[in-house]
Design a protein around this ligand. Structure first.
Ligand code: TRP
Length: 456
């Protein structure tokens, strides 16, 4: 955080102090991959795949990540690196006019997602502790889960603890906080994922679960499946609200980004593949239903752990892993809001972090209570939490991604092309294809998810 040692950059005095940057390219890739790999991969992706035909969903998802996902991801990083600003500042600087509204939409989305992400992440902390105490050996996981949700203060306390951890990392700044945490946590996360996948696949009936995950069941080839795959690709890659603009803004102008975007998407996909290779073999081992919805990780897996040798240990490892994945993602939801307050209003980082984290906790309170003691916190047939999830993931993220594709494809196409041309002169056709894709294909496809999501 201390910039005094950077000498030459500081000649203009403290007011013009250099913006923080990542210490290394690897640090950026790890932080961005840490953002992407989260509850979305390990909790959301397997339950969606379980409900949408296993391998078929996987195939649709891979297709979406490889086309639309990677294009918008690269667009966000390029915007951020070019502007060296938070999302609102970036759109104001590069686009002017009403474009900055896209930035405001993104900051609002980040804050709202953080509010319920903290609640769900709190459950992972609670379950890690409950696994450690051996509770699931005597109590049915579905009952434990229901009891946790029905309580008033317990889930709130866990959400608070989780957001406090998130704030502690973010207030450390880019290099000493976010980058350092990810450089330690991401390798640990992948190690745990591989360990659990090996354990799961070698369980009795494990390979049948793997077959379900990889074999496409074409009867599920529907519009809803494709739309769900597209939405999942967006959520999983952390695109649509400017998190990647913010992370990209801490790159030095001359640091290349094309390959980094591919690496981030590859790591995110690898994590999803490993998560599926843990969850489905485990579910088949216990003779459970892979299509059991959002409870899959919280209800099904503790059941599996209770029946398997050394299950208590593996149960703790699994929920610790989920908490780590959630932490590195929540950091990237907090940081855009903090960067906004710092860049636009001159807040100190610590103060901005504290304010945002406390705010997200307070807005998360109704989300948490809506699933238990206060069921009246609901509208349109959805609990408050589901409502905020729907509003952000199904509407605001696609709307933001659509705007970003239009922005790079139409408004700043020459600048964006020039930004990439410099780092890969021999890849001109690919850069042109990327611009055309963002100009026509991406807006049409994303516009379609928005509509499909609304009329569902
Ligand atoms: N990608 C994360 C996950 O899979 C969630 C997330 C973190 C996110 N930052 C984001 C989603 C920014 C959209 C935008 O759990």
């Amino acid at each position: 955080m201390q910039r005094a040692s950077e000498g030459a950059l500081d000649v203009a005095g403290p007011a013009a102090a250099a913006r923080e940057t990542w210490a290394s390219r690897l640090g950026f890739v790890m932080a961005a991959a840490g953002s992407a790999v989260g509850l979305g991969n390990i909790w959301r992706f397997p339950w969606l795949a379980g409900e949408n035909g296993g391998g078929l969903f996987l195939l649709a998802y891979l297709l979406m990540v490889g086309t639309l996902g990677i294009s918008v991801l690269l667009a966000e990083i390029v915007i951020g690196r070019a502007a060296q600003k938070d999302p609102v500042g970036a759109f104001r600087l590069l686009g002017g006019g009403a474009w900055r509204l896209v930035g405001y939409l993104g900051i609002t989305s980040a804050f709202l997602i953080l509010s319920f992400y903290g609640v769900v992440a709190g459950w992972t902390l609670a379950f890690a502790v409950k696994q450690a105490t051996g509770l699931f050996e005597t109590a049915a996981p579905s009952q434990v889960f229901a009891d946790l949700l029905a309580a008033t203060y317990e889930p709130l306390a866990w959400a608070f603890a989780f957001l406090a951890m998130t704030a502690a990392v973010v207030s450390g700044g880019i290099q000493n906080g976010i980058e350092r945490a990810n450089l330690v946590l991401m390798p640990l996360l992948f190690l745990l994922l591989v360990l659990l996948a090996v354990r799961a696949v070698t369980l009795p009936h494990g390979l049948e679960g793997l077959a379900f995950f990889f074999a496409p069941d074409v009867t599920h080839l529907t519009t809803a499946t494709i739309a769900a795959a597209l939405g999942q690709a967006f959520f999983s890659l952390s695109i649509g609200l400017g998190a990647m603009i913010t992370y990209g803004s801490y790159l030095q102008r001359r640091q290349p980004v094309g390959r980094a975007a591919f690496q981030i998407a590859a790591l995110d996909t690898l994590a999803a593949l490993l998560a599926g290779s843990i969850v489905f073999p485990a579910v088949y081992f216990a003779g459970l239903d892979p299509a059991s919805g959002p409870g899959l990780a919280f209800v099904t897996l503790p059941t599996v752990f209770a029946e398997m040798p050394a299950g208590r240990l593996f149960g703790v490892v699994f929920f610790v892993l989920l908490a780590i994945a959630a932490l590195t993602s929540a950091i990237s939801l907090l940081e855009p809001v903090v960067a906004f307050l710092v860049d636009e209003y001159g807040f100190r980082r610590r103060r901005a972090t504290l304010l945002t984290a406390v705010g997200a906790f307070l807005v998360g309170v109704p989300s948490s209570l809506s699933l238990g003691p206060m069921p009246e916190l609901a509208a349109f047939g959805m609990s408050f939490l589901d409502l905020v999830d729907f509003l952000t993931a199904s509407l605001m993220l696609p709307a933001g991604g659509l705007a970003m594709a239009l922005f790079v494809g139409w408004k700043i196409a020459p600048l964006a092309a020039a930004e990439l041309a410099g780092e890969a002169p021999h890849r001109q056709p690919l850069v042109r294809a990327w611009i055309l894709f963002l100009r026509f294909v991406a807006p049409a496809a994303i516009g379609w998810i928005l509509v499909a999501g609304l009329i569902r």
